[in-house]
Design a binder for this molecule. Structure first.
Ligand code: 5GP
Length: 205
């Protein structure tokens, strides 16, 4: 992770549970220097292997509600009975320091970021098919059938939001999906709006 002089960009990555988002994000992070991600707050219980302040800041409902009242969240949403939110101050500090900040958030949060930060890039990650999504969720063996069915129903609703995103990545192979995300980020770097200042002085524009 490397700081840069200019302001960083916000990149939203959404997609149904089981799309392999976290794995793709982890791969992308190892291959792009100034990319980091904001650790979200959640009221859900930690899963096995998850660490507080590493995977999430795990907080109780009361703390989360208080943070909502204080306006601490850039965005937050309720998902499968739990709250999830992105701390405004964390994102502002990282972007101000020149880091590109990746937000792994669901679609309501994505819509909020689009509204509040129109310059953000929104990427939606899907598995190759819905059947494959079901297989991946069943393969985890950590969740009950009821929870899995809930996640599949929720996935159907989330797919309807795809037209509001800028890019669609189909995650068949992790390394190829990571390549696509990196290409998207590279293209964003090359936008005139991101680069014009760098060359303006050359010909006194
Ligand atoms: P999980 O419980 O599987 O870790 O996450 C469930 C969903 O919540 C995922 O779609 C994930 O992207 C989303 N999520 C995680 N953090 C946030 C957040 O800060 N805000 C919003 N809106 N969604 C989040």
């Amino acid at each position: 992770m490397r700081k840069t002089a200019k302001r960083g960009q916000i990149i939203v990555v959404s997609g149904p549970s089981g799309a392999g988002k976290s794995t793709v994000i982890a791969e992308v992070r190892t291959r792009r220097a100034n990319l980091t991600f904001s650790i979200s707050y959640t009221t859900r219980q930690p899963r096995q292997g998850e660490e507080n302040h590493v995977h999430y800041h795990f907080v109780d409902q009361e703390t989360f509600r208080q943070m909502i009242e204080e306006g601490a969240f850039l965005e937050y949403a309720s998902y499968q009975g739990n709250y999830y939110g992105t701390a405004r101050a964390d994102v502002e500090a990282l972007v101000g320091d020149g880091y590109d900040v990746l937000l792994d958030i669901e679609v309501q949060g994505g819509a909020t970021v689009r509204r509040l930060c129109p310059e953000a890039t929104l990427i939606f990650v899907v598995p190759p098919s819905f059947g494959e999504l079901s297989r991946r969720l069943h393969g985890r063996q950590s969740e009950s059938e009821e929870v899995i069915q809930g996640r599949l129903n929720r996935a159907r609703e989330e797919y309807r939001e795809i037209p509001n995103y800028d890019y669609l990545v189909i995650n068949d192979k992790i390394s190829e999906a990571a390549d696509e995300v990196l290409s998207i980020l590279k293209a964003q770097d090359c936008r005139v709006s991101a680069r014009f200042d760098m060359i303006k002085g050359d010909i006194s524009l």
